[in-house]
Design a protein around this ligand. Structure first.
Ligand code: AHR
Length: 606
């Protein structure tokens, strides 16, 4: 293949190409990105999942004298002597490192309990006499709920995550104590209160992403209207957040609420407006739609949500944002109305109702529709397309947007995609090279049409290794131990493509000497540096020689056999490597691309 790249002209590419879509799925948030290490810290789902009695303490849940309306259940523990108490196993383990862990909990006893002390500790689960670190906390006697804090700083790291967080009595007297909202936070990214895990955040930051879509996905919708993600129940003090049954098989704490989601996106993609806020639009996953005549309260609710996010500090809901710790509005420029509404037949009345009301209040924002079923996209609106499937479908997406109308003012985003299946249609538990190359082919199709296709986002992005994800692939898999994180082949392909998409880019015209397949390509110019990135995917077994008319200094590649993949056992099978750059017949550069590979050549513009 010879690629003749024209370094002049070309379309302006999207500023926001490559992004992340995140929702709480597979414990991506609770037990994942959200740094809280205690599982089931506030008994929101009325179970004692994750908690155990220590040394025969008697314990159970009670709704007596609740901590708050939102958190009605607490743990009542009868501690009859020293050493009795309770333990939490974390989220499939608990990482102990020599860093400062912030402990906090609420407790109440009775008036006759005096000078009662407990020990908070991190211990080995295998040898429970082995303490990594501990500190004593004196409980105030009395029936009022009291908030306690302490810090635990282990001197050394534990060799594994088989550890427990324990609270045990150090008093000889007997006492019955109620506990709730028991929390253990290691340091967070940017030291944010109630923030995210720095290691996973770094994995995301390394991708150089520009767009961030939150908080779902199906998890926005709920299985029923009553179970939808309710923004107002995710803000404010943790004692006021009831949590909800999420859409992915477990209860969500909503510790990562609207405030934390928006802070996370800003930390990840910057404050230039790359956040896409998905808002509930009257349809839930179980098939229930809010009837047209009952829609207005739901629209009003989203207007309140948007005032919290975008309103002046002295507005009714903007002032709640100030109360929660942020004066200036977030720079959210994109509002997505619903999620995958092609599943319903009711977007035809829900979309116009939401769009008109939100647009009237926020005329400068970009609104995103999730289907065209039953609606006409107004100019200026973006259309969100999702793609899941096997590799073959994705190859066809290379040219899917070549004919997208350029004259009606509607753009596209692909805010969910992943190749999920092998050729035989069974799900793959891990991304594999054939899949990652096919995703890249779609990605190159998007880059070359990025005057109208504004971004692409892999989904699902994050997954806890211990949660049953029904054998489906995820971009990043992790557990409590940062050393166990698996960055998939699709992660490396995404990193290669995203980190070579400059903020100010032009998509260049390229003439190939042969038709596409198995090779696919695109090229773009970094307007700031005049570097040209030539991107080629080889979606076939055989080696391919690719030459260009340009002089290229480096060629980075992700390659592997068709089914090569990174797994917990083999984390480093696929990564980014360098190809040798030679000289072609016309004096331009030449590389030999291995089968199943994606390469980016960095060339000098002329
Ligand atoms: O990525 C998982 C789910 O797939 C998303 O929540 C949903 O929008 C899509 O169907």
């Amino acid at each position: 293949l010879h690629l003749s790249v024209s370094t002049t002209g070309g379309n302006k590419s999207s500023l926001l190409l490559y992004g992340v879509m995140l929702e709480d799925i597979d414990h991506s948030i609770d037990g994942g990105l959200y740094a809280e290490t205690i599982q089931n810290r506030a008994f929101q789902d009325r179970t004692m999942e994750g908690w155990y009695a220590v040394n025969g303490a008697c314990m159970g849940l009670t709704t007596e004298l609740p901590l708050s309306d939102a958190l009605p259940n607490s743990l009542r523990v009868e501690m009859k002597g020293p050493g009795e108490g309770f333990a939490n196993e974390g989220w499939w383990g608990l990482s102990v490192r020599p860093v400062a862990y912030n402990i906090s909990f609420w407790a109440r006893t009775s008036s006759d309990v005096k000078n009662f002390t407990v020990k908070t500790a991190l211990i080995s689960a295998a040898d429970q006499s082995h303490e990594w670190v501990s500190t004593e906390v004196a409980l105030a006697g009395g029936p009022d709920w009291t908030y306690y804090t302490a810090t635990l700083t282990p001197a050394i790291a534990a060799p594994d995550t088989n550890n427990l967080f324990v609270i045990t009595s150090t008093s000889s007297q007997s006492a019955t104590v109620q506990f709730n909202l028991i929390s253990l936070f290691p340091p967070t990214y940017n030291n944010r209160t109630n923030g995210v895990r720095p290691d996973l955040m770094q994995n995301l930051l390394d991708l150089n992403l520009k767009h961030c879509r939150i908080p779902g996905g199906n998890n926005l919708e709920g299985q029923t209207v009553a179970r939808r993600w309710k923004w107002n129940e995710t803000i404010g003090p943790l004692t006021t957040r009831p949590g909800r049954p999420g859409d992915w098989g477990y209860y969500n704490t909503d510790g990562m609420g609207l405030f934390e989601w928006l802070t996370f996106c800003e930390d990840l993609v910057g404050a230039d407006g790359g956040t896409i806020l998905g808002v509930y639009a009257g349809y839930s996953l179980g098939g229930e739609s809010v009837p047209e005549e009952a829609l207005q309260p739901f629209i009003d609710d989203i207007l309140r949500e948007l005032e919290y996010v975008l309103g002046a500090p002295d507005s009714a809901y903007g002032s709640l944002r100030v109360r929660d710790g942020r004066t200036s509005p977030w720079n959210v420029q994109y509002i997505e109305i619903g999620n995958e509404d092609w599943f319903s037949n009711t977007y035809a009345y829900r979309w116009p109702a939401f769009y008109q009301a939100l647009k009237a209040t926020y005329p400068d924002k970009t609104f995103i529709a999730t289907t065209t079923k039953g609606i006409q996209l107004p100019a200026g609106v973006q259309f969100d397309q999702h793609f899941y499937g096997d590799s073959r479908n994705f190859l066809g997406l290379f040219s899917a947007w070549d004919t997208w109308p350029r004259d009606n003012g509607t753009d596209v985003i692909v805010s969910e995609y992943s190749v999920q299946r092998f050729d035989n249609q069974t799900f793959s538990p891990w991304p594999f090279m054939q899949a990652s190359v096919a995703e890249a082919v779609m990605g190159l199709g998007i880059e070359r049409n990025s005057d109208v296709v504004k971004t692409q986002m892999y989904a699902p992005f994050l997954s806890n290794l211990h949660y049953d994800r029904e054998g489906k692939p995820r971009l990043i898999s992790f557990d409590a131990d940062p050393a166990q994180t698996v960055l998939s082949s699709s992660y490396w392909v995404l990193k290669l493509l995203a980190s070579t998409h400059p903020a100010d880019a032009r998509v260049l015209e390229v003439e190939g000497s042969v038709p596409v397949h198995p090779l696919y390509w695109t090229a773009s110019l970094d307007v700031g540096t005049a570097a040209v990135y030539v991107k080629v995917a080889n979606a076939g077994e055989g080696e391919q020689v690719v030459s260009t008319n340009l002089q290229c200094g480096t060629a980075s590649v992700v390659e592997g056999e068709k089914l090569a993949r990174n797994t917990p056992e083999e984390k480093g099978t696929v990564g980014i490597e360098e190809l040798e750059v030679g000289t072609g017949e016309d004096g331009g550069s030449r590389v030999t691309m291995p089968g199943w590979s994606v390469a980016v050549l960095t060339c000098a513009g002329v």
